[in-house]
Design a protein around this ligand. Structure first.
Ligand code: XMP
Length: 435
């Protein structure tokens, strides 16, 4: 293994990831471990150079005071405390949030002067390490991967491909709810350019037939999610000799699932739902990375910029933007208007600025005029929002001229649309998606 590591022991602080990121920003790898790790377990970890004990103001979880094991101080590693008043170590960090510069300096001194860690955490070394680890784990066996075309699954695919080549089998299920050109891009990049072993399944009819007449958003989500697993499972059964399942699990998924001390924020779902007799061992090479590091890894592996910086796209895809019961004509209007919006955002440089932007087609018509005759067609709603964590969101105040250009193009190029609206609602009171 190439990289030195600073270990953060988790006493239930919300700032563990902030500290981990601050250390990684110094070019030194850092991981968070539970507070009750033993000295022996610590010594078994690769290239540990120092330990940070990081706790909230009182280190009390559910009424019980918690602390690290006393033997940790005797394990032979430099130890520093952050936000932990009673820690038995000489150096203490100021509280995060109070004095950012002070903390960064203190971390820098601890990591480089005290721990003598080398700044050798970078994507080149990460990729080299992971290729070696994947080969060690998988040997000459085969790995199956559901390749959605999202950032995480695409980067996992590229990494696995580099490590095991044709022993990686990617399955891309097109549920007919992808954006314009998206499934085609997956085939182009992975099959044609990277020569990956890719099974492409066009399951559009299956999904749309099942969804016909279903208007309730949660019911639609359940149908799409359930059918996705069924299609993937059918493909998996057709393949011989698969022992492993690749997963795009990333570090926030692991941290949010809760270590022993951190409360469970949300449970971490793997592909899950696969039947008992289809049990695979997991390969999760991105499990140590934060989202921006996943993107950097994708670029290091040569994936196109647009794939690596793709905006978030919900699993149920356009299915939750074609409101109510999905019909093929409205889905088409949605896909075309969304493509125009994305094209114009890219030309205006807004794709690098706005967090999420898309169109929505409701399930009612309105009256208009086209070619001197009455029309009765669909409206399109434009949504463009900014957010840090998707829990709250503000709308992007788009330049009027750009909005006019987009409106003009949608009305000209999408024949079933006669009206374009801009959604002004922040979250709350609205959500980002309409369903
Ligand atoms: P809301 O609409 O809840 O969306 O404000 C917050 C973020 O989550 C995405 N989203 C989903 N992602 N499956 C997903 O994978 C879903 O069912 C789903 N619903 C919403 C949404 O696009 C936004 O980024």
């Amino acid at each position: 293994m190439k990289q030195d590591m600073i270990v953060i022991l988790d006493l239930g602080s919300h700032e563990n990831t902030v500290v981990a990121r601050a250390i990684r920003a110094l070019g030194v790898y850092s991981e968070i471990y539970p507070h009750d790790i033993t000295a022996e377990e610590l010594k078994a970890l690769p290239n540990v150079k120092g330990i940070i004990i990081n706790g909230g103001p009182n280190n009390v979880i559910d009424g019980v005071a918690i602390d690290v094991l006393p033997e940790i101080y005797e394990a032979g590693f430099p130890v520093i405390a952050a936000g932990h008043d009673k820690a038995k170590c000489k150096i203490k960090l100021p509280q995060f949030g109070n004095d950012e510069e002070g903390i960064k300096n203190a971390l820098r001194m601890f990591v480089f002067d005290t721990c003598k860690a080398e700044a050798n955490w970078n994507m080149k070394n990460f990729v080299a390490d992971q290729v070696e680890l994947i080969r060690r784990q998988v040997g000459d066996k085969k790995v199956l991967l559901a390749l959605s075309g999202g950032v995480d699954s695409s980067v996992v695919a590229a990494l696995l491909l580099k490590a095991i080549g044709e022993n990686l089998v990617c399955v891309h299920v097109n549920h007919g709810l992808m954006r314009k050109g998206e499934s085609e891009a997956v085939v182009e990049v992975f099959r044609n350019q990277l020569c990956a072993n890719l099974v492409y399944v066009d399951a559009t009819d299956r999904f749309l037939n099942l969804l016909a007449g279903v208007a309730d958003p949660e019911e639609k989500r359940k149908i799409i999610g359930g059918e996705f697993i069924r299609v993937f499972e059918e493909e998996a059964r057709k393949l011989d000799g698969i022992d492993f399942l690749g997963q795009g699990t990333i570090y926030p998924d692991i941290v949010e699932s809760g270590t022993k001390t951190a409360k469970c924020v949300k449970s971490h779902h793997n592909v899950g739902g696969l039947p008992e007799d289809l049990q695979f061992e997991l390969v999760e090479p991105l499990r140590q990375l934060f989202k921006d590091e996943v993107r950097a890894c994708g670029l290091e592996l040569g994936l196109p910029y647009e794939m690596v910086y793709r905006q978030p796209f919900p699993g149920p895809g356009l299915g939750v933007r074609c409101l109510g019961a999905i019909t093929r004509d409205r889905l088409e209007a949605l896909r075309e208007s969304d493509a125009i919006l994305r094209d114009e955002f890219q030309k205006a440089g807004l794709d690098k600025k706005v967090w999420q932007y898309f169109t929505v087609v409701p399930d009612f018509k309105s009256v208009g005029v086209r070619d001197n005759a009455r029309s009765y067609d669909w409206p399109v709603i434009i949504r463009a929002v900014n957010t840090i964590d998707a829990m709250t969101a503000t709308i992007e105040q788009i330049d009027w001229a750009i909005l006019m250009k987009i409106t003009d193009r949608i009305l000209k190029e999408v024949p079933t649309v006669n009206r374009v609206c801009y959604d002004m609602s922040p979250k709350p009171s609205a959500t980002i998606e309409w369903e």
